[in-house]
Design a binder for this molecule. Structure first.
Ligand code: NAD
Length: 296
C-alpha cells in the first residue's frame, strides 16, 4: 500500500485522542470515518473538532471554506461495518484495555478488506499481543500520537514482532503526510516516551500523598525549575487518570518493577470518577474559572 493510494481512514474511538486523530487525517485530505459505541460520544467528538477548527478560523489560520471542506470529509457513526467499509487504514484509539482492544481487532480482521493496515494508538500495550488476535500481524503496527493531537508533533511508530518493513515505511510516510515527525521504537512496554514519563508522573502523586508539596507548587516547581510547558498534575489531568492507571498497571505487570507501581491516590481518584479534564475534576477543579488546584 502506498500513501497516495489511501482514500479512506477509519478511526476507532471518538474520545480525546480519537477526535484529534480524525481532525489531522481530514486536514491532510483523507476521507475519515470516526466510530464510537454511542451517539453521544460521536457527537462529542465532532463538536470538539468543530470547536478546534473554529478557533483556527478565528485566529486566521484557515478560512471558513477550508473548515467546511475538512468537516465534509468526516463521517461520524456508531455503525462498525459502515465505518470500515473500503477503509485502507484503521487507527484504533479506544480505551486502554488489552482484552477489549484484542476483541475489537479480531472483529475488525473479519470485516476489513485484506490489504487494510491496522494501527493502534495504544500508550503501552504490546503490539505483538494485539496483532496476534488477527491474521494480519505483518500489517499491524503501533502509531502513538500525543495529546492534543493537532498540536503535538511526534508520532512514535512501534514495530511488533511480525510487522513488515513495508507496513513500517507506509505508516512512517502516512504520519509525515499528517504533518508529524516520527521515531521508530522496537516493541517494549511503554515504548520510549511513556517509559520515562510514567515514573515521573507516578512519583509526583507519591510526593503529594506524602505531603511533600501541593498540586500548585509541584506544577510550579516543574514548570519553572525544569522549563516544562506544564507540571505533572496539569499533565495528568490532560492524560486522564483512567488512562494513566491502565498504563501504570500494565507496565508494572510487564516489568515487575516498582518504578511503575500506581499510588493508592491515583486508584482512589479513578474509583471516584475523578479522571481529570474529561470529567471536570482531577488534581484541579474545572468547575471553577480559572481551574483551582485541589487539596489532598
Ligand atoms: N490520553 C492521552 O493523553 C493519550 C495519549 C496517547 C495515547 N493514548 C491512548 O489512546 C487511546 C484512547 O485514549 P483516550 O484518552 O482518547 O480515551 P477516551 O476515554 O477519551 O476515549 C476512548 C473512546 O473509545 C470509545 N470506545 C470504547 N470501546 C469502543 C469500541 N469498541 N469501538 C469504538 N470506540 C470505542 C469510548 O466510548 C471513548 O469515547 C488509549 O489507548 C490511550 O492509551 C492516550
Amino acid at each position: 500500500m502506498k500513501v497516495e493510494d489511501v482514500k479512506k481512514i477509519c478511526v476507532m474511538g471518538a474520545g480525546l485522542m480519537g477526535n484529534g486523530i480524525v481532525q489531522v487525517c481530514a486536514q491532510a485530505g483523507f476521507e475519515v470515518a470516526m466510530r464510537d459505541i454511542e451517539n453521544r460520544f460521536v457527537k462529542n467528538g465532532l463538536n470538539n473538532i468543530k470547536k478546534n477548527l473554529s478557533r483556527g478560523v478565528e485566529k486566521g489560520k484557515m478560512t471558513q471554506e477550508q473548515m467546511d471542506d475538512i468537516l465534509s470529509r468526516i463521517h461520524g457513526t456508531t455503525d462498525l461495518k459502515e465505518a470500515v467499509k473500503d477503509a485502507d487504514v484503521v487507527i484504533e484509539a479506544i480505551i486502554e484495555n488489552r482484552d477489549l482492544k484484542r476483541k475489537v481487532f479480531a472483529e475488525l480482521d473479519e470485516i476489513c478488506k485484506p490489504e487494510c493496515v491496522f494501527a493502534s494508538n495504544t500508550s503501552s500495550i504490546s503490539i505483538t499481543d494485539m496483532a496476534a488476535a488477527t491474521k494480519r500481524s505483518e500489517k499491524f503496527i503501533g502509531m502513538h500520537f500525543f495529546n492534543p493531537v493537532p498540536v503535538m508533533r511526534l508520532v512514535e511508530i512501534i514495530k511488533g514482532y511480525e510487522t513488515s518493513e513495508e507496513t513500517y515505511q507506509f505508516i512512517d510516510e502516512l504520519s509525515k503526510k499528517l504533518g508529524k515527525e516520527t521515531v521508530l521504537v522496537n516493541e517494549a512496554p511503554g515504548f520510549a516516551v511513556n517509559r520515562l514519563l510514567l515514573p515521573f508522573l507516578l512519583e509526583a502523586i507519591f510526593a503529594l500523598q506524602e505531603g511533600v508539596t501541593t498540586v500548585e507548587d509541584m506544577d510550579k516547581a516543574i514548570t519553572l525549575g525544569l522549563n516544562h510547558p506544564m507540571g505533572p498534575f496539569t499533565l495528568l489531568d490532560f492524560v486522564g487518570m483512567d488512562t494513566a492507571l491502565f498504563i501504570a498497571d500494565y507496565m508494572y505487570g510487564e516489568f515487575q518493577d516498582s518504578k511503575y507501581r500506581a499510588p493508592i491516590l491515583l486508584r482512589k481518584m479513578v474509583r471516584a470518577g475523578h479522571f481529570g479534564r474529561k470529567t471536570g475534576i482531577g488534581f484541579y477543579d474545572y468547575s471553577k474559572k480559572p481551574p483551582e488546584p485541589r487539596s489532598f
